[in-house]
Design a protein around this ligand. Structure first.
Ligand SMILES: *[C@@H]1O[C@H](CO)[C@@H](O)[C@H](O)[C@H]1NC(C)=O
Ligand SMILES: *[C@@H]1O[C@H](CO)[C@@H](O)[C@H](O)[C@H]1NC(C)=O
Ligand SMILES: *[C@@H]1O[C@H](CO)[C@@H](O)[C@H](O)[C@H]1NC(C)=O
Length: 426
């Protein structure tokens, strides 16, 4: 008789922009004792750059899949959290199921080998955690499994070595207690931002994998809170909502109106090695801009936004908001070619030889908060009215749906990606 045992994957990505100080007690504390065998993610030829192209391709494929849904919801997710969790899982997956995962994650296996991928992620996660940066980024994984389930030593070793995964043994008979334990862990790791990630655990679950990402950063050029005021935000033809709109009118920023596409693009830097890209399609042109949202376009925008020419004074309106995205990856990833893992064909014999494991459910949740001082998790909204004027003082008004990407600059990674359709919908 075929007996499937459930493996649950939970991924939480969080980006917050928030009041006040970073947490100094945490800052740069993790990983200080890690051996520095490899150059950090910034260096030319560093291993993390081998996973950059695959990760970016995956981020955009995933985005397009979500955006192709008929309803105009907000989108917000952490591609890096999803990629690193599944790359870690691939350590325990054999045969064709493994190739499927790595290719589904955007890697071309003739160009980058499996070991390059794991070394790339180790280097990338390490670079994100380097002490000295003025950001707070925490990325991590945890495995929760039954006490009697024997894991292969190689999987235990590799998941800890490359992905810094933590291991917890626990019974799943008490589904309520176990859910609470997992939720408490995620809540603690995301500083209280992601609560109740898992609601119901089925009693036949034998293993749960959680991945989370927490990002908190301060704007290089913060907004002045007293200038924030309620303004209209045009969700669509028939819907207008009121949002607290932040305003800056004396700062310089990198931005431009695309000559070839109906959109404006703004770069907002954080203190530290991260930056946000806000893309504001002209009214009614969201789909047209989404269609050309490719790795090449993002590279092009990033290049243009380094040119001194586009650094100009700007009157900037951006909503203060918080949005979230929740996704059932077990339903989404098969559409990117990762099918075996969620079926009876799954070969997870690299995790344990004792049971017929199959991934039953996989969730991803990401939250973004943007305010005057910074971002916790990340996304921004776009609506834009522009005036060209002689005195070179333009207005950029994010008062209609917009796209937002948050990038780690030294690792060239997309930490978060999203679309803000309605900033009042949490
Ligand atoms: C993978 O890379 C090889 C060599 O660069 C290339 O010929 C091939 O077309 C690529 N495959 C895909 C699916 O992009
Ligand atoms: C960026 O990261 C590097 C290490 O990769 C660090 O030395 C530097 O201080 C960081 N820059 C800022 C502005 O935090
Ligand atoms: C763990 O993995 C590392 C890297 O692959 C290897 O060097 C080390 O020998 C392994 N340790 C054990 C106990 O298997």
């Amino acid at each position: 008789m075929y007996l499937a045992h459930c493996l649950l994957l939970l991924l939480a990505g969080l980006l917050v922009l928030s009041q006040g100080q970073l947490h100094p007690e945490l800052h740069g504390q993790r990983h200080t004792h890690r051996p520095h065998q490899e150059a950090p993610g910034t260096a030319e030829g560093s291993p993390s750059l081998k996973v950059t192209a695959g990760n970016t391709a995956f981020a955009l494929r995933f985005y397009h899949l979500l955006a192709s849904q008929p309803y105009g919801d907000n989108i917000f997710f952490s591609p890096l959290s999803i990629s690193s969790a599944y790359a870690m899982l691939s350590l325990g997956v054999r045969a064709h199921s493994q190739t499927q995962i790595l290719e589904g994650l955007g890697f071309n296996l003739t160009e980058v080998s499996e070991s390059d991928i794991h070394r790339g992620f180790r280097n990338l996660l390490h670079a994100l955690h380097l002490p000295g940066d003025r950001l707070e980024i925490r990325v991590g994984s945890a495995l929760f499994l039954r006490p009697e389930l024997p894991l292969l030593p190689s999987f235990l070793n590799d998941s800890a070595t490359f992905y810094e995964s933590k291991l917890f043994r626990m019974g799943f008979e008490d589904t309520v207690g176990t859910s609470k334990f997992i939720n408490d862990h995620v809540r603690a790791e995301t500083r209280g931002k992601i609560v109740d990630l898992v609601s119901t655990l089925s009693p036949d679950t034998v293993m749960v994998l959680v991945n989370f990402m927490y990002f908190k950063a301060l704007w290089e050029k913060p907004f002045i809170p007293s200038m924030t005021a309620l303004h209209d935000f045009y969700v669509d033809e028939g819907t207008t909502v009121k949002v607290p709109m932040m305003l800056q009118d004396t700062q310089h920023h990198w931005y431009f109106h695309d000559r070839y596409l109906p959109c404006s693009v703004l770069r907002m830097d954080y203190k530290g090695n991260a930056t946000a890209l806000f893309i504001l399609p002209n009214r009614g042109k969201m789909e047209q801009v989404e269609e050309v949202l490719t790795p090449e376009m993002i590279t092009r925008w990033n290049k243009l936004l380094r040119k001194r020419y586009f650094y100009r004074k700007l009157k900037l309106y951006i909503p203060k908001f918080s949005i979230s995205g929740s996704y059932k990856l077990d339903q989404i990833l098969p559409r990117l070619g990762i099918t075996d893992l969620f079926s009876q064909r799954a070969d997870l014999s690299g995790i344990t030889e004792q049971l017929n494991l199959q991934v039953s459910k996989s969730f991803h949740k990401a939250i973004l908060e943007v305010d005057e001082v910074g971002t916790q998790a990340a996304v921004a909204t776009g609506g834009f009215v522009t005036f060209w004027s002689r005195h070179n003082h333009e207005v950029l008004r994010f008062n209609r749906p917009f796209l937002v990407g948050i990038f780690s600059t030294n690792t060239q990674s997309i930490l978060f990606l999203g679309k803000v359709v309605n900033p009042t919908k949490p």
